[in-house]
Design a protein around this ligand. Structure first.
Ligand SMILES: Cc1ncc(COP(=O)(O)O)c(C=O)c1O
Length: 404
């Protein structure tokens, strides 16, 4: 067998030259399926939830995970997550609310943080008094106050500081540039006055400063957490701080892991047991961290052709099935399902999808074994923001999803 690749782990590795995932032979599963196939591992999802729970225990206080279902809302997967009892769920639309309830989450386990929230959205959400709602604008505070005065709300703040994968601007939700998310410091007094006017109690401070951060971004993330903690002194009734999601995982060989020990220590010092705010519940609402590395998309090669100096392998699925590589430069590393013989050299291959868009490229000049028509390629890290963001562009949106 060849040496381990950077992404290999006990439940995702080659066994006798064949890719195995969650104890299954990936090629064999793909052969039984017509067209693109997403596979998800229940065990990996549970392991990710448990890793995060252990890290939160280090903050020394109460904690709560809300799985961000926008990352993956496949019904069997959601039902499985609800059954673990390890977390609640973060939703961002009324339809997500319906799906969360249908999957077995109780209203009290549901936290809503949305943007562009209409009155029609609010009317549906407020039918369930136990759902927790975080407000993204002062207008939203007013409109909740009009509908349900003297109740409890959360407020999402924007500390004008944030970070994301590789310091990507697109993945930073509260950076130097003005973003649409959360209430800025200069709006804060007006927001609090609006809550007071309607007798609303602010029991949760919420922030989500970016997506995909790893250890290299933790210094900047700490500055953002510190800036958010400053809002707490104006909230006498606060019981929880929801720190959003954004915890990242490696996408490329050069990426480091997120150091969860350091992450927990930052939380403990600024809002947890070692801070002046000891006693508050720390809530976190990760999507990617729970499901992304628990999923893959398997496509098959339909054509291989040299064009000028580039060797193209065309596969039977495009960026519409997993848009993050094209939108955010967050690659899904292509991995062959059957390893070639040891002495076969790797060659640079550009893997192209089946959508009529120039950006529909899975990987450029990626070192791969020689590919042939009919070979299966697994695109790893496709468990989050792949099927949930997929479209039917070019009417090529059909795919099968399976929870293992
Ligand atoms: C408010 C909020 N919470 C949680 C998440 C989940 O983020 P991630 O999947 O990066 O953990 C997002 C993602 O955009 C978000 O906007």
């Amino acid at each position: 067998m060849k040496s381990r690749h950077w992404w290999e782990r006990d439940d995702l590795c080659y066994v006798d030259g064949r890719l195995t995932f969650a104890g299954h032979d990936v090629c064999a599963l793909a052969e039984k399926t017509v067209g693109p196939l997403y596979l998800y591992s229940s065990d990996r999802i549970v392991a990710n939830l448990q890793r995060l729970t252990r890290a939160l225990e280090q903050t020394g206080g109460d904690h709560q995970i809300y799985y961000a279902m926008k990352a993956n809302r496949f019904e069997p997967l959601l039902t499985m997550i609800a059954r673990t009892g390890l977390c609640g769920v973060d939703i961002c639309s009324p339809d997500e609310l319906d799906r969360a309830l249908a999957s077995g989450f109780a209203p009290a386990q549901i936290s809503f943080t949305g943007t562009g929230v209409s009155n029609a959205d609010l009317d549906r959400l407020l039918q369930h008094p136990d759902i927790h709602i975080n407000c993204d604008t002062i207008g939203m505070i007013r409109r909740i106050g009009e509908r349900r005065p003297n109740s409890a709300i959360g407020i999402r703040v924007n500390p004008a500081m944030g970070t994301g994968y590789d310091e990507s601007e697109k993945l930073t939700y509260s950076g130097n540039g003005t973003t649409k998310f959360g209430i800025y410091r200069e709006q804060w007094n007006e927001a609090l006055a609006m809550a007071r006017e309607y007798g609303l109690t602010v029991d949760t401070l919420h922030f989500h400063v970016g997506c995909g951060y790893l250890s290299g971004q933790l210094d900047q993330w700490e500055r953002a957490v510190e800036a958010c903690a400053l809002f707490l002194k104006d909230l006498p009734d606060v019981r929880a701080v929801n720190i959003g999601g954004g915890l990242g995982l490696p996408h490329r060989v050069e990426d480091d892991l997120l150091d969860l020990g350091r992450w927990a220590d930052i939380l403990a010092r600024h809002i947890g047991s070692k801070s002046p705010y000891a006693g508050l519940t720390i809530a976190v609402e990760p999507g990617d961290f729970i499901v992304k590395d628990a999923g893959m998309l398997i496509l098959s090669v339909c054509d291989v052709e040299m064009k000028r100096d580039t060797l193209f392998a065309y596969v039977n699925g495009g960026f519409n099935l997993a848009p993050e590589p094209a939108f955010y430069d967050l690659p899904c590393e292509p991995v062959v399902c059957i390893l070639p013989a040891d002495n076969d050299p790797l060659v640079p291959v550009t893997i192209a999808g089946n959508i009529n868009e120039a950006l529909d490229i899975w990987a450029k000049d990626h070192p791969m074994p020689k590919l042939a028509e009919g070979d299966y390629i697994a695109f790893i890290n496709a468990g989050g923001y792949a099927s949930s963001m997929a479209s039917n562009h070019c009417m090529r949106g059909q795919a099968t999803e399976r929870l293992l």
